[in-house]
Design a protein around this ligand. Structure first.
Ligand code: SF4
Ligand code: SF4
Length: 83
């Protein structure tokens, strides 16, 4: 399971992330950020595959993707069992 963090104050609402995300997790907020843009928010991270296309594409580096802690441990354990 992935956690999506968006810095709403960096977002200029270009919506590139909305178009590129295969999980369709992004949508424009009805609220404005301090720059006057409808910043992007998520509908939750349930359908995020962790592909990081959004991170690569966002021109304002507003998106970060994290593997949630339990999964991180699981992955480390898995890596250890396959040297
Ligand atoms: S990492 Fe991939 S699936 Fe997850 S929010 Fe970004 S583009 Fe969508
Ligand atoms: S790609 Fe970045 S700047 Fe553009 S809408 Fe998405 S979060 Fe905002």
């Amino acid at each position: 399971m992935f956690s999506i963090k968006i810095d709403k104050e960096k977002c200029k609402s270009c919506k590139l992330c909305v178009d590129i995300c295969p999980g369709h997790v992004f949508r424009a907020s009805k609220e404005f950020n301090r720059m006057g843009y409808h910043y992007i928010e998520t509908d939750g991270s349930a359908s995020c595959t962790g592909c990081k296309r959004c991170v690569t594409l966002c021109p304002d580096a507003a998106i970060e993707i994290y593997l949630e802690e339990g999964d991180e441990k699981e992955k480390r354990d898995e890596d250890r069992s396959h040297p």
